[in-house]
Design a protein around this ligand. Structure first.
Ligand code: FES
Length: 81
């Protein structure tokens, strides 16, 4: 599955770097690293809330505080099918 994290300036300030690191860590820890394609994008125009992340084109707004919950629910959920 494809996860794209916005690294535009607004999202960067909200912690996109930290989110990328957390996602990498969580993917490794849960042994699904080979199932995930993690990449970055510039501003997608969704700066209003948290960091803009898309999972297989589906947009989410997350923060360093909610990245764990996002991973559990969306990423692991999808990885398990
Ligand atoms: S900087 Fe991330 S959506 Fe604009």
């Amino acid at each position: 599955m494809k996860i794209v994290v916005c690294i535009g300036s607004s999202c960067h300030l909200k912690g996109s770097r930290q989110i990328i690191e957390s996602l990498q860590y969580l993917a490794e820890k849960n042994l699904i690293k080979d199932k995930i394609e993690l990449s970055g994008t510039f501003c997608t125009g969704n700066c209003t809330e948290g960091v803009c992340v898309t999972l297989d084109e589906k947009p989410f707004s997350i923060s360093p505080a909610t990245v764990d919950a996002f991973f559990e629910r969306e990423v692991l959920g999808a990885a398990r099918g």
